[in-house]
Write a protein that binds this ligand. Structure first.
Ligand SMILES: [Zn+2]
Length: 416
Protein backbone atom coordinates (compact mmCIF):
# COMPACT_ATOMS: atom_id res chain seq x y z
CA UNK A 1 0.00 0.00 0.00
CA UNK A 2 2.85 2.30 0.86
CA UNK A 3 5.59 2.46 -1.80
CA UNK A 4 4.07 0.21 -4.50
CA UNK A 5 6.41 -1.60 -6.89
CA UNK A 6 6.16 -1.14 -10.63
CA UNK A 7 4.73 -4.66 -10.99
CA UNK A 8 1.84 -3.77 -8.64
CA UNK A 9 0.31 -1.24 -11.04
CA UNK A 10 -2.78 -2.37 -12.94
CA UNK A 11 -2.40 -2.89 -16.66
CA UNK A 12 -5.03 -0.75 -18.29
CA UNK A 13 -5.70 -0.84 -22.01
CA UNK A 14 -4.91 2.68 -23.33
CA UNK A 15 -7.64 2.35 -25.97
CA UNK A 16 -10.24 2.06 -23.22
CA UNK A 17 -12.55 4.96 -22.46
CA UNK A 18 -11.71 7.03 -19.41
CA UNK A 19 -13.56 5.95 -16.27
CA UNK A 20 -14.75 8.16 -13.43
CA UNK A 21 -15.40 7.29 -9.82
CA UNK A 22 -16.96 9.87 -7.51
CA UNK A 23 -16.11 9.90 -3.81
CA UNK A 24 -17.83 11.98 -1.14
CA UNK A 25 -16.06 12.29 2.21
CA UNK A 26 -19.25 12.19 4.25
CA UNK A 27 -18.50 13.67 7.63
CA UNK A 28 -19.32 16.15 10.39
CA UNK A 29 -18.93 19.86 9.83
CA UNK A 30 -15.80 21.12 11.52
CA UNK A 31 -13.78 24.27 11.31
CA UNK A 32 -10.64 23.22 9.47
CA UNK A 33 -8.67 26.07 10.95
CA UNK A 34 -9.36 24.87 14.51
CA UNK A 35 -8.06 21.99 16.59
CA UNK A 36 -9.64 18.54 16.51
CA UNK A 37 -12.35 17.94 19.07
CA UNK A 38 -14.37 14.89 20.13
CA UNK A 39 -17.37 17.20 20.60
CA UNK A 40 -17.47 18.27 16.97
CA UNK A 41 -20.06 15.85 15.63
CA UNK A 42 -22.77 17.89 13.91
CA UNK A 43 -23.93 16.31 10.65
CA UNK A 44 -26.78 18.67 9.72
CA UNK A 45 -25.49 19.21 6.18
CA UNK A 46 -26.35 15.61 5.21
CA UNK A 47 -30.00 16.77 4.92
CA UNK A 48 -28.98 18.37 1.61
CA UNK A 49 -27.30 15.26 0.23
CA UNK A 50 -30.17 14.51 -2.19
CA UNK A 51 -29.35 17.71 -4.07
CA UNK A 52 -25.94 16.47 -5.11
CA UNK A 53 -27.21 12.92 -5.53
CA UNK A 54 -29.77 14.21 -8.05
CA UNK A 55 -26.89 15.55 -10.10
CA UNK A 56 -25.09 12.20 -10.02
CA UNK A 57 -28.33 10.41 -10.95
CA UNK A 58 -28.56 12.54 -14.08
CA UNK A 59 -25.18 11.23 -15.22
CA UNK A 60 -25.87 7.65 -14.07
CA UNK A 61 -23.09 7.91 -11.53
CA UNK A 62 -23.25 5.84 -8.37
CA UNK A 63 -20.98 7.76 -6.00
CA UNK A 64 -19.28 6.26 -2.97
CA UNK A 65 -20.22 7.98 0.24
CA UNK A 66 -17.36 7.17 2.57
CA UNK A 67 -19.08 7.84 5.89
CA UNK A 68 -17.44 8.47 9.21
CA UNK A 69 -18.61 7.57 12.71
CA UNK A 70 -20.72 10.67 13.56
CA UNK A 71 -22.59 10.30 10.25
CA UNK A 72 -23.26 6.59 10.73
CA UNK A 73 -24.13 7.07 14.41
CA UNK A 74 -26.69 9.89 14.20
CA UNK A 75 -30.00 9.57 12.42
CA UNK A 76 -29.54 13.02 10.82
CA UNK A 77 -26.49 11.51 9.19
CA UNK A 78 -27.44 7.99 8.15
CA UNK A 79 -31.17 8.36 7.36
CA UNK A 80 -30.83 10.44 4.17
CA UNK A 81 -28.07 8.08 2.99
CA UNK A 82 -30.06 4.94 3.80
CA UNK A 83 -32.76 6.11 1.40
CA UNK A 84 -30.30 6.66 -1.42
CA UNK A 85 -28.51 3.39 -0.68
CA UNK A 86 -31.73 1.38 -0.52
CA UNK A 87 -32.64 2.55 -4.00
CA UNK A 88 -29.30 1.30 -5.35
CA UNK A 89 -28.03 4.74 -6.33
CA UNK A 90 -24.82 4.79 -4.29
CA UNK A 91 -22.20 2.75 -2.48
CA UNK A 92 -21.27 3.17 1.17
CA UNK A 93 -17.67 3.05 2.34
CA UNK A 94 -15.87 3.82 5.60
CA UNK A 95 -14.01 7.02 6.44
CA UNK A 96 -12.06 7.03 9.68
CA UNK A 97 -11.71 10.25 11.65
CA UNK A 98 -10.01 8.81 14.75
CA UNK A 99 -10.79 11.78 17.01
CA UNK A 100 -14.54 11.12 16.80
CA UNK A 101 -14.45 7.30 16.52
CA UNK A 102 -14.42 5.03 19.60
CA UNK A 103 -12.59 3.56 21.40
CA UNK A 104 -11.20 6.86 22.67
CA UNK A 105 -7.82 5.89 24.06
CA UNK A 106 -5.44 8.27 22.32
CA UNK A 107 -4.87 11.87 23.22
CA UNK A 108 -6.15 14.42 20.73
CA UNK A 109 -3.27 15.73 18.68
CA UNK A 110 -2.38 16.56 15.11
CA UNK A 111 -0.24 13.43 14.92
CA UNK A 112 -3.08 11.20 16.16
CA UNK A 113 -5.51 12.71 13.65
CA UNK A 114 -3.84 10.50 11.01
CA UNK A 115 -5.28 7.03 11.79
CA UNK A 116 -2.15 5.33 10.42
CA UNK A 117 -0.09 6.88 13.23
CA UNK A 118 -2.07 5.09 15.94
CA UNK A 119 -0.86 1.80 17.44
CA UNK A 120 -2.01 -1.15 15.33
CA UNK A 121 -4.53 -2.38 17.91
CA UNK A 122 -6.17 1.05 18.24
CA UNK A 123 -6.31 1.77 14.49
CA UNK A 124 -7.86 -1.69 14.03
CA UNK A 125 -10.32 -1.24 16.92
CA UNK A 126 -11.53 2.11 15.61
CA UNK A 127 -11.97 0.79 12.09
CA UNK A 128 -13.77 -2.25 13.50
CA UNK A 129 -16.23 -0.11 15.46
CA UNK A 130 -16.86 2.07 12.40
CA UNK A 131 -17.34 -0.99 10.16
CA UNK A 132 -19.69 -2.64 12.68
CA UNK A 133 -21.81 0.50 12.91
CA UNK A 134 -22.00 0.89 9.13
CA UNK A 135 -22.94 -2.80 8.88
CA UNK A 136 -25.73 -2.24 11.39
CA UNK A 137 -27.07 0.87 9.69
CA UNK A 138 -26.83 -0.24 6.07
CA UNK A 139 -27.15 -4.02 6.37
CA UNK A 140 -23.70 -4.74 4.96
CA UNK A 141 -20.17 -4.14 6.15
CA UNK A 142 -18.16 -1.60 4.14
CA UNK A 143 -15.71 -2.85 1.50
CA UNK A 144 -14.25 0.51 0.54
CA UNK A 145 -12.01 2.57 2.80
CA UNK A 146 -10.71 6.11 2.82
CA UNK A 147 -8.55 7.17 5.73
CA UNK A 148 -9.34 10.51 7.35
CA UNK A 149 -6.67 13.05 6.38
CA UNK A 150 -5.37 10.47 3.83
CA UNK A 151 -3.67 9.02 6.90
CA UNK A 152 -2.67 5.49 6.01
CA UNK A 153 0.27 3.98 7.85
CA UNK A 154 2.48 0.93 8.12
CA UNK A 155 -0.32 -1.29 9.51
CA UNK A 156 -3.27 -0.09 7.46
CA UNK A 157 -3.00 -2.65 4.64
CA UNK A 158 -3.00 -5.59 7.07
CA UNK A 159 -5.95 -4.15 8.99
CA UNK A 160 -7.97 -3.61 5.82
CA UNK A 161 -7.24 -7.13 4.65
CA UNK A 162 -8.10 -8.61 8.02
CA UNK A 163 -11.40 -6.73 8.17
CA UNK A 164 -12.48 -7.80 4.69
CA UNK A 165 -12.00 -4.59 2.71
CA UNK A 166 -11.61 -4.69 -1.07
CA UNK A 167 -10.60 -1.20 -2.18
CA UNK A 168 -8.74 1.69 -0.59
CA UNK A 169 -9.09 5.30 -1.73
CA UNK A 170 -6.69 6.98 0.72
CA UNK A 171 -3.66 7.80 -1.43
CA UNK A 172 -3.41 11.49 -2.33
CA UNK A 173 -0.60 11.71 -4.93
CA UNK A 174 1.87 14.59 -5.11
CA UNK A 175 1.01 15.68 -1.56
CA UNK A 176 3.37 15.65 1.38
CA UNK A 177 1.77 15.59 4.82
CA UNK A 178 4.98 14.67 6.61
CA UNK A 179 5.52 18.20 8.00
CA UNK A 180 2.25 17.52 9.93
CA UNK A 181 3.38 13.97 10.84
CA UNK A 182 1.24 12.47 8.04
CA UNK A 183 2.19 10.39 4.99
CA UNK A 184 4.39 11.62 2.17
CA UNK A 185 2.73 10.89 -1.21
CA UNK A 186 5.09 13.08 -3.26
CA UNK A 187 6.30 10.15 -5.37
CA UNK A 188 2.85 8.60 -5.93
CA UNK A 189 0.89 8.80 -9.15
CA UNK A 190 -2.81 8.73 -9.92
CA UNK A 191 -2.70 5.12 -11.13
CA UNK A 192 -4.52 2.15 -9.53
CA UNK A 193 -2.38 -0.60 -8.07
CA UNK A 194 -2.75 -3.89 -6.20
CA UNK A 195 -1.59 -4.26 -2.61
CA UNK A 196 -1.83 -6.55 0.41
CA UNK A 197 -0.97 -10.20 0.72
CA UNK A 198 -1.23 -11.78 -2.75
CA UNK A 199 -2.09 -8.35 -4.16
CA UNK A 200 -5.77 -8.92 -3.43
CA UNK A 201 -6.74 -5.33 -2.57
CA UNK A 202 -7.00 -2.46 -5.00
CA UNK A 203 -5.74 1.07 -4.37
CA UNK A 204 -7.46 3.77 -6.41
CA UNK A 205 -5.65 7.02 -5.62
CA UNK A 206 -7.38 10.37 -5.67
CA UNK A 207 -6.63 12.10 -8.97
CA UNK A 208 -4.05 14.78 -8.24
CA UNK A 209 -1.31 15.92 -10.59
CA UNK A 210 0.72 18.70 -12.08
CA UNK A 211 -0.01 20.65 -15.24
CA UNK A 212 2.14 23.25 -16.98
CA UNK A 213 5.40 23.45 -18.84
CA UNK A 214 7.48 22.57 -15.81
CA UNK A 215 5.41 19.53 -14.76
CA UNK A 216 8.27 17.09 -15.28
CA UNK A 217 10.25 19.04 -12.72
CA UNK A 218 7.92 18.40 -9.79
CA UNK A 219 10.73 18.45 -7.25
CA UNK A 220 10.95 22.16 -7.87
CA UNK A 221 7.45 22.53 -6.50
CA UNK A 222 8.22 20.69 -3.25
CA UNK A 223 11.31 22.82 -2.87
CA UNK A 224 9.33 26.03 -3.28
CA UNK A 225 6.80 24.96 -0.68
CA UNK A 226 9.48 24.56 1.95
CA UNK A 227 11.26 27.14 4.04
CA UNK A 228 12.77 29.57 3.13
CA UNK A 229 11.33 29.58 -0.42
CA UNK A 230 7.73 29.37 0.80
CA UNK A 231 8.11 32.94 2.09
CA UNK A 232 8.33 34.09 -1.54
CA UNK A 233 4.96 32.54 -2.56
CA UNK A 234 6.45 31.34 -5.81
CA UNK A 235 4.01 28.40 -6.01
CA UNK A 236 1.19 30.86 -6.69
CA UNK A 237 3.28 32.73 -9.25
CA UNK A 238 4.06 29.50 -11.11
CA UNK A 239 0.38 28.53 -11.13
CA UNK A 240 -0.76 31.93 -12.39
CA UNK A 241 1.79 31.95 -15.17
CA UNK A 242 0.80 28.42 -16.21
CA UNK A 243 4.31 27.08 -15.64
CA UNK A 244 3.49 24.61 -12.89
CA UNK A 245 0.24 24.00 -11.06
CA UNK A 246 -0.72 21.19 -8.72
CA UNK A 247 -4.41 20.39 -9.14
CA UNK A 248 -6.87 18.10 -7.36
CA UNK A 249 -9.78 16.64 -9.32
CA UNK A 250 -12.30 18.41 -7.13
CA UNK A 251 -14.50 21.51 -7.23
CA UNK A 252 -13.09 22.43 -3.81
CA UNK A 253 -10.47 25.10 -4.33
CA UNK A 254 -10.01 24.39 -8.05
CA UNK A 255 -11.74 25.84 -11.10
CA UNK A 256 -13.41 23.92 -13.89
CA UNK A 257 -10.61 24.98 -16.24
CA UNK A 258 -8.04 23.56 -13.83
CA UNK A 259 -9.97 20.28 -13.46
CA UNK A 260 -10.18 19.93 -17.25
CA UNK A 261 -6.50 20.79 -17.72
CA UNK A 262 -5.62 18.06 -15.22
CA UNK A 263 -7.83 15.50 -16.99
CA UNK A 264 -6.28 16.23 -20.36
CA UNK A 265 -2.71 16.23 -19.11
CA UNK A 266 -3.09 12.95 -17.23
CA UNK A 267 -5.01 11.34 -20.08
CA UNK A 268 -2.16 12.16 -22.46
CA UNK A 269 0.21 10.44 -20.06
CA UNK A 270 -1.89 7.25 -20.04
CA UNK A 271 -4.19 7.69 -17.03
CA UNK A 272 -7.63 6.16 -17.68
CA UNK A 273 -9.12 5.94 -14.18
CA UNK A 274 -10.07 9.25 -12.58
CA UNK A 275 -11.31 9.88 -9.06
CA UNK A 276 -13.32 13.04 -8.40
CA UNK A 277 -13.89 13.89 -4.74
CA UNK A 278 -15.53 16.42 -2.45
CA UNK A 279 -16.63 16.75 1.18
CA UNK A 280 -20.28 16.51 2.23
CA UNK A 281 -20.19 19.69 4.38
CA UNK A 282 -19.49 21.69 1.19
CA UNK A 283 -23.07 21.11 0.01
CA UNK A 284 -24.35 23.72 2.47
CA UNK A 285 -22.87 27.23 2.70
CA UNK A 286 -20.63 28.14 5.61
CA UNK A 287 -19.17 24.74 6.48
CA UNK A 288 -15.98 24.67 4.43
CA UNK A 289 -13.70 27.40 3.08
CA UNK A 290 -14.78 26.37 -0.45
CA UNK A 291 -18.45 27.30 -0.11
CA UNK A 292 -19.13 30.27 2.14
CA UNK A 293 -22.34 31.70 0.65
CA UNK A 294 -25.42 30.74 -1.34
CA UNK A 295 -23.87 32.26 -4.46
CA UNK A 296 -20.77 30.15 -4.00
CA UNK A 297 -22.92 27.08 -3.47
CA UNK A 298 -24.67 27.66 -6.78
CA UNK A 299 -21.33 28.09 -8.46
CA UNK A 300 -20.11 24.89 -6.79
CA UNK A 301 -23.03 22.84 -8.11
CA UNK A 302 -22.72 24.43 -11.52
CA UNK A 303 -19.02 23.56 -11.62
CA UNK A 304 -19.77 19.93 -10.71
CA UNK A 305 -22.37 19.79 -13.49
CA UNK A 306 -20.06 21.30 -16.09
CA UNK A 307 -17.29 18.95 -15.09
CA UNK A 308 -19.51 15.87 -15.40
CA UNK A 309 -20.87 17.21 -18.68
CA UNK A 310 -17.35 17.52 -20.02
CA UNK A 311 -16.21 14.12 -18.73
CA UNK A 312 -19.15 12.16 -20.13
CA UNK A 313 -19.47 14.32 -23.26
CA UNK A 314 -16.45 15.81 -24.97
CA UNK A 315 -14.03 13.64 -23.02
CA UNK A 316 -16.04 10.51 -23.91
CA UNK A 317 -15.69 9.04 -20.41
CA UNK A 318 -17.94 6.63 -18.54
CA UNK A 319 -18.90 6.35 -14.87
CA UNK A 320 -17.87 3.39 -12.75
CA UNK A 321 -17.56 2.41 -9.08
CA UNK A 322 -14.48 1.18 -7.21
CA UNK A 323 -15.92 -2.33 -6.91
CA UNK A 324 -17.03 -2.46 -10.53
CA UNK A 325 -13.54 -1.37 -11.51
CA UNK A 326 -11.97 -4.03 -9.32
CA UNK A 327 -14.10 -6.73 -10.91
CA UNK A 328 -13.16 -5.77 -14.43
CA UNK A 329 -9.48 -4.93 -14.14
CA UNK A 330 -7.05 -7.50 -15.46
CA UNK A 331 -5.08 -8.98 -12.61
CA UNK A 332 -1.31 -8.83 -12.43
CA UNK A 333 1.06 -11.40 -13.78
CA UNK A 334 0.98 -14.99 -12.61
CA UNK A 335 -1.55 -16.93 -10.64
CA UNK A 336 -3.35 -15.28 -7.77
CA UNK A 337 -3.83 -17.19 -4.55
CA UNK A 338 -5.74 -15.85 -1.62
CA UNK A 339 -7.47 -16.81 1.54
CA UNK A 340 -11.00 -15.59 1.44
CA UNK A 341 -12.97 -15.19 4.61
CA UNK A 342 -15.48 -12.49 3.98
CA UNK A 343 -19.10 -11.80 4.50
CA UNK A 344 -21.86 -11.98 4.76
CA UNK A 345 -21.84 -9.29 2.14
CA UNK A 346 -24.87 -8.34 0.12
CA UNK A 347 -24.60 -8.20 -3.66
CA UNK A 348 -26.36 -4.87 -3.40
CA UNK A 349 -23.50 -3.43 -1.35
CA UNK A 350 -21.06 -4.50 -4.05
CA UNK A 351 -22.79 -2.09 -6.38
CA UNK A 352 -24.23 -4.97 -8.39
CA UNK A 353 -27.55 -4.00 -9.87
CA UNK A 354 -30.47 -6.19 -10.75
CA UNK A 355 -29.64 -7.79 -14.07
CA UNK A 356 -25.85 -7.23 -13.85
CA UNK A 357 -23.99 -10.38 -14.79
CA UNK A 358 -27.36 -12.01 -15.40
CA UNK A 359 -28.24 -11.90 -11.71
CA UNK A 360 -31.66 -11.57 -10.22
CA UNK A 361 -32.70 -11.02 -6.61
CA UNK A 362 -29.73 -8.73 -6.02
CA UNK A 363 -31.47 -6.73 -3.28
CA UNK A 364 -31.74 -9.73 -1.00
CA UNK A 365 -28.81 -11.93 -2.02
CA UNK A 366 -25.76 -12.13 0.17
CA UNK A 367 -22.68 -14.25 0.06
CA UNK A 368 -20.27 -15.59 2.58
CA UNK A 369 -16.92 -17.11 1.81
CA UNK A 370 -14.32 -19.03 3.68
CA UNK A 371 -11.54 -20.96 2.02
CA UNK A 372 -8.60 -20.87 -0.38
CA UNK A 373 -8.87 -19.46 -3.84
CA UNK A 374 -6.55 -19.53 -6.80
CA UNK A 375 -7.10 -17.88 -10.13
CA UNK A 376 -4.95 -17.93 -13.25
CA UNK A 377 -3.79 -14.58 -14.60
CA UNK A 378 -6.00 -14.71 -17.68
CA UNK A 379 -9.05 -15.59 -15.59
CA UNK A 380 -9.55 -18.86 -17.47
CA UNK A 381 -9.12 -21.23 -14.56
CA UNK A 382 -10.30 -20.91 -11.02
CA UNK A 383 -10.27 -23.12 -7.97
CA UNK A 384 -11.83 -22.72 -4.59
CA UNK A 385 -11.76 -24.91 -1.54
CA UNK A 386 -14.00 -23.96 1.33
CA UNK A 387 -17.57 -22.79 1.63
CA UNK A 388 -19.40 -19.98 -0.13
CA UNK A 389 -17.66 -17.66 -2.51
CA UNK A 390 -16.65 -14.05 -2.60
CA UNK A 391 -17.65 -12.66 -6.00
CA UNK A 392 -15.95 -9.33 -5.52
CA UNK A 393 -12.63 -11.07 -5.23
CA UNK A 394 -12.86 -12.12 -8.86
CA UNK A 395 -11.51 -9.73 -11.42
CA UNK A 396 -13.57 -10.67 -14.43
CA UNK A 397 -17.32 -10.55 -14.88
CA UNK A 398 -17.34 -13.63 -17.11
CA UNK A 399 -15.65 -15.69 -14.43
CA UNK A 400 -17.84 -14.14 -11.79
CA UNK A 401 -21.00 -14.96 -13.65
CA UNK A 402 -19.93 -18.56 -14.32
CA UNK A 403 -18.98 -19.02 -10.74
CA UNK A 404 -22.11 -17.57 -9.25
CA UNK A 405 -24.19 -19.77 -11.50
CA UNK A 406 -22.23 -22.80 -10.43
CA UNK A 407 -22.09 -22.13 -6.71
CA UNK A 408 -25.16 -20.14 -5.91
CA UNK A 409 -27.83 -21.36 -8.34
CA UNK A 410 -30.66 -20.14 -6.16
CA UNK A 411 -29.20 -16.63 -6.22
CA UNK A 412 -27.96 -16.57 -9.77
CA UNK A 413 -30.88 -18.26 -11.42
CA UNK A 414 -33.80 -17.02 -9.40
CA UNK A 415 -36.29 -14.86 -11.15
CA UNK A 416 -37.29 -11.60 -9.54
ZN1 LIG B 1 -12.49 13.46 6.36
Amino acid sequence: MLSPHLSDFCCIDPTERAKLIVVIDTEEEFDWSHDFSRQNTSVGSIRSIEKIQDLFDEYKIRPVYVVDYPVAFQSDGHRPLQEIYASGRCLIGAHLHPWVTPPFEEEISRRNSFPGNLPLSLEAAKLRSLGDLIGERFGSRPLIYKAGRYGIGANTADILEEQGYEVDLSVCPCMNYSPQDGPDFTKYQSLPYWFGKNDRLLEIPFTVGFVGWLRFWKDLYSLLLNFPFNQLHLGGVLARTGLLNRIWLSPEGYTLAENIALLRTLHRSGVRVFSFALHSPSIEPGNTPYVTSQTELERFFSQCRHFLDYFMGQFNGVPTTPLELKMTLPIGSGEVRAQVRGGPVSLHSLGIREGDFGLAGVQTASLQASGDVSLSADGSSFSFSGSGVSPFFLPRPTTLSRLLNALAPSTAGASA
